[in-house]
Every structure is written in C-alpha cells, then in structure tokens.
Design a protein around this ligand. Structure first.
Ligand code: NAD
Length: 264
C-alpha cells in the first residue's frame, strides 16, 4: 500500500521547486498558489493588488513557502526586477503560471475604442509575453521547467461579447504552442489551460454590472453539460498536473476544463 501511495506522491511532488503565479491575489490564481504550495513548491504570489500579501501570509501560516511581490504584468521594468528578485530569494524558478487577466469592455467590435482594446491586450497578452520573457532564462538555468498560460474556453470558441478578451485568449493559446517548440530541447514545457465558467470575483463583478449575479449563474449552469459552475480548485488541479512530474511529457497542448461546454 505504501509503495502505491508513493506513486501519486511522486507524480505531484513539487518539493524544492519554485513557482511564480501572476494575478494570484484572488480567484483562480490564489487557489493555484495554495495548491502548488500544498504540493511543496515555494510560491511567488504576484499581483497588481496588494491583497496578495494576505494570501502569502495565509500560505506561510499553513506551513507553506510563499512571498508576495506587487507586480503589474504590463510594466517591463517591474517584471524584470521581480523575476530577478524571485530567483534571488528562492534560489531558482521552475514554473510560471501566466494567470493575470481582465475581461475588459463588453462592447461590440464596431463600438470598441482603441484604448479599450489595448487595455485588455496589454494585460492578457503583453503581460504573458513579458513574464515569459523574464522567466525563461531562470527556467533554463534550472535545467527545465513549465509555463502555463491561463486562456479560456473562449480562446477556443467565439462568443457574442467581449471581443478583445476572446482575441487575447486565442493569442495566449498559440503563444504556449510556439514557446513549447522553441524551448522543448531545454525541457521547458509550455501549455495552455482553458477554464469554462468558474465562480470567481471576475465573473461575480461582471454579473453584478448586468443585474442579479445568482440569476445569471443559474442561467449559465444550463449551458454547461455537467450542470454546474466550476470552482477555482478545478482549474488549479489542472495547473498542478501541468507543472508537476505527472505532466513531464505534456507540452504544446491545451487542457480544457469546462464541464463539457466546448464538447458540443
Ligand atoms: N472565472 C472564469 O470563469 C474564467 C474563465 C476562463 C478564463 N479565466 C481566466 O482565468 C484567469 C484568472 O481569472 P479569475 O476569474 O480568477 O479573475 P479575478 O479577477 O478573480 O483575478 C484576477 C487577478 O489578476 C490580477 N490582475 C489584473 N490585472 C493585473 C496586472 N496588470 N498585473 C498583475 N495582476 C493583475 C487582479 O488583481 C486579480 O487578483 C484570467 O486570466 C481569466 O481570464 C477565468
């Protein structure tokens, strides 16, 4: 029995590893930070919101390793400095989870301003580029690693809303595939994760603007074959798989976690 348990433990063991997670103050990023820390990784909690400090403290209080850096992923000098500080503090970097993302303006394409378009592209695409750019040398130094771009099921299929968001999520899917090929020989893997409807502050805030969030969550459930709204843990589990030894042969792929929405 104990040998059997060792198989699972080794598959998901991140002891001695270091993972950086952007947009980790809340939602999917926060649960990913808890999950990777529970597998033994030291986690760099990165967020433009200072509340990431509380999450890092929570993980440390629970016996894990974490440190918070206030980081706006759109600012190259900040990204460069923070990734250097992560390596200086924890000694290495093994994984990057590009999770920070915003939904942006919900207006049709012909009414969207260039400023609205750029605001979404800056965070969701340029932010992924910048963090990957400054993480790769550290992953190379570590002898390999894993990059996970958090896309969306709406990076695979279209929807009649938030056009810049959909475009941005399509972009990071392909960025993962390109990086997968660029760095495969150095054992750096890159994949994308495609969440469906997940109950996080992002969706709650978006639905607050539209009316009664509970009513909208109820309507959304009916669009999902599995009949439920997802939980941040459902996505964090997929990210854990891609970051850990269990996913060591997985690169350039897309992990869809959407309750069957895109299976139609
Ligand atoms: N919730 C869903 O249903 C859903 C579905 C598909 C994809 N996603 C994607 O998952 C990721 C996380 O979403 P969530 O629902 O947890 O969102 P959220 O809004 O709850 O959390 C996003 C976090 O990103 C941070 N952030 C925003 N701009 C930033 C910047 N410039 N620099 C650093 N941090 C920044 C925010 O402060 C916040 O803490 C996003 O990329 C989102 O597009 C979410």
């Amino acid at each position: 029995m104990s040998n059997l348990q060792a198989i699972t433990q080794q598959l998901f063991d991140l002891s001695g590893k270091v993972a950086a997670i952007t947009g980790a103050a809340r939602g999917i990023g926060a649960q990913t930070a808890r999950t990777l820390a529970s597998a033994g990784a030291a986690v760099a909690v990165l967020d433009v919101s200072a509340s990431g400090e509380e999450l890092a403290a929570e993980i440390v209080a629970a016996g894990g390793k974490a440190y918070f850096w206030k980081l706006d992923v759109t600012q190259e000098a900040e990204v460069q400095r923070v990734f250097a500080e992560i390596v200086a503090r924890f000694g290495r970097l093994d994984a990057l989870v590009n999770n920070a993302g915003i939904e942006g303006a919900n207006v049709p394409t012909h009414q969207m301003s260039l400023e609205q378009w750029r605001a979404v592209m800056d965070v969701n695409v340029t932010g992924v580029f910048l963090c990957t750019k400054y993480a790769i040398p550290a992953l190379q130094q570590a002898g390999g690693g894993s990059v996970v771009n958090v896309s969306s099921m709406y990076g695979l299929v279209g929807g009649p809303d938030v056009p810049a968001y959909h475009a941005s999520k399509g972009a990071v899917r392909l960025m993962a595939k390109t990086d997968a090929m660029l760095y495969a020989a150095q054992d750096i893997r890159a994949n994308s994760v495609h969440p469906g409807f997940i109950r996080t502050p992002l969706l709650e805030e978006a639905f607050q603007k539209l009316g009664d969030p509970e009513l909208i969550f109820g309507q959304m459930k009916q669009m999902v074959p599995i009949g439920k709204i997802g939980d941040p843990q459902d996505i964090a589990a997929g990210i854990l798989y891609l970051v850990s030894p269990a996913g060591r042969y997985v690169t350039g792929t897309e992990l869809v976690i959407d309750g069957g929405y895109t299976a139609r």
